[in-house]
Design a protein around this ligand. Structure first.
Ligand SMILES: [Zn+2]
Length: 286
C-alpha cells in the first residue's frame, strides 16, 4: 500500500470510493454527436459498480508492470498485450492531450510526474481510480473497448491528482459533492458527450424534477443514481465557479470532511447548501 498508509483510515474509504468510476458507454463513445446525448446515455447497466463502503478494506494499487512509455510529465504503462503495438504512440498522445486539456480547464497543472496505468479488466467493466498520494491514476479496460473510453476515464482521474496538487492534503477530506464534482467538471468534453456544458446536460433532469438531492451518498444506491450524482455535482461546481468565482470555490473545497454536504457553504458563501442548491436549480433551468 506504500504511502497510502499515511492517509488517515477514515479518509481512505471516501477517497477511494469517490475515485471509482462508472463509465457511460453510450455517452463516452467517440465521436460525440451534438444533440444526441439523452439523459439515458449516462446509464450503463452492464458496468459493474465498485464503490467501497468507508472504513472497509481498500484496494491495493496495481504494480506498474507492462509496456512502458514515457511522455513529458507522464509515465504511461499499459498491461502486456492490451493494445496493439501500432496504437501505443497514439495512446500516449491521447493521454498526454487529456492531461493538457484538464490542466487548462482546471486552472493548474501537476506538481510532479504522474504515472498512468492501463490495466486489464477481463469482464470489460471499465473503471478507474486515482491514488493521488502515490501520484498514480489507473484505469482498467479490455481489448474490445476503444482506447478513447479509457482516456475519458483517465481525464477524470487526472483532475483528482490536480486537486491534490492544488489543495494539498485537504483534498483527501474534500466534500464528496466537490471531490467528484470538480473531477467530472474538469474532464469537460471527455464527459459531455457533445453537450456544451454540464448545465445543459442535467437540464432535462431538473425540468422533469428527477434530480437527486446534492447531499446524497451513492453508497448502496443503483449505478444510475451514481452517474446522475456525478453529473449533478459537476454542474453544481460549474455553477459555483461561474457565479461566485474560483477563489471562493477554492476556499470551499478545502473546508470539507468527506461526507457529501460537509463543506462550509455557509461560512464561504453566507448561504446554506440547500439555499445554494435552489439557486443552482434555477440557474440550470434558465
Ligand atoms: Zn472520481
Amino acid at each position: 500500500m506504500g504511502s497510502l498508509r499515511r492517509i488517515p483510515r477514515e479518509a481512505l474509504g471516501p477517497i477511494l470510493l469517490a475515485s471509482l468510476l462508472i463509465i457511460m458507454a453510450a455517452l463516452l463513445a467517440p465521436p460525440p454527436r451534438p444533440g444526441i446525448a439523452p439523459a439515458s446515455a449516462v446509464y450503463a447497466p452492464d458496468a459493474p459498480e465498485r464503490p467501497l463502503v468507508p472504513g472497509a478494506a481498500t484496494p491495493t494499487a496495481m504494480p506498474l508492470s507492462g509496456e512502458y512509455t514515457s511522455g513529458g510529465e507522464l509515465d504511461i504503462v499499459s498491461a502486456e498485450g492490451l493494445f496493439p503495438a501500432s496504437e501505443k504512440d497514439a495512446l500516449a498522445a491521447d493521454i498526454g492531450q487529456a492531461l493538457a486539456y484538464v490542466s487548462q480547464r482546471f486552472g493548474s497543472g501537476p506538481t510532479g510526474r504522474i504515472s498512468a496505468y492501463i490495466g486489464l479488466e477481463p469482464s470489460c467493466g471499465i473503471h478507474g481510480i486515482a491514488y493521488t498520494v502515490e501520484r498514480s491514476v489507473q484505469v482498467f479496460t479490455c481489448p474490445s473497448l476503444p482506447r478513447a473510453r479509457a482516456v475519458n476515464i483517465i481525464a477524470h482521474e487526472f483532475v483528482h491528482q490536480l486537486a491534490q496538487d492544488r489543495y494539498g492534503d485537504r483534498h483527501l477530506q474534500a466534500d464528496l459533492i466537490l471531490l467528484e464534482g470538480v473531477a467530472t467538471w474538469g474532464a469537460g468534453d471527455y464527459w459531455l458527450g457533445g453537450e456544451p456544458s454540464f448545465a445543459a446536460f442535467v437540464r432535462p433532469w431538473a425540468a422533469a424534477g428527477s434530480t437527486l438531492p446534492l447531499a446524497t451518498s451513492y453508497v448502496g444506491r443503483p449505478i444510475g443514481d451514481m452517474n446522475t450524482l456525478y453529473y449533478e455535482w459537476a454542474s453544481f461546481v460549474e455553477f459555483l465557479i461561474k457565479t461566485y468565482g474560483r477563489e471562493r470555490f477554492d476556499a470551499l473545497y478545502v473546508s470539507g470532511h468527506s461526507e457529501p454536504g460537509s463543506a462550509d457553504y455557509l461560512g464561504v458563501y453566507g448561504k446554506r447548501l440547500d439555499q445554494l442548491e435552489a439557486e443552482w436549480r434555477d440557474w440550470v433551468l434558465r
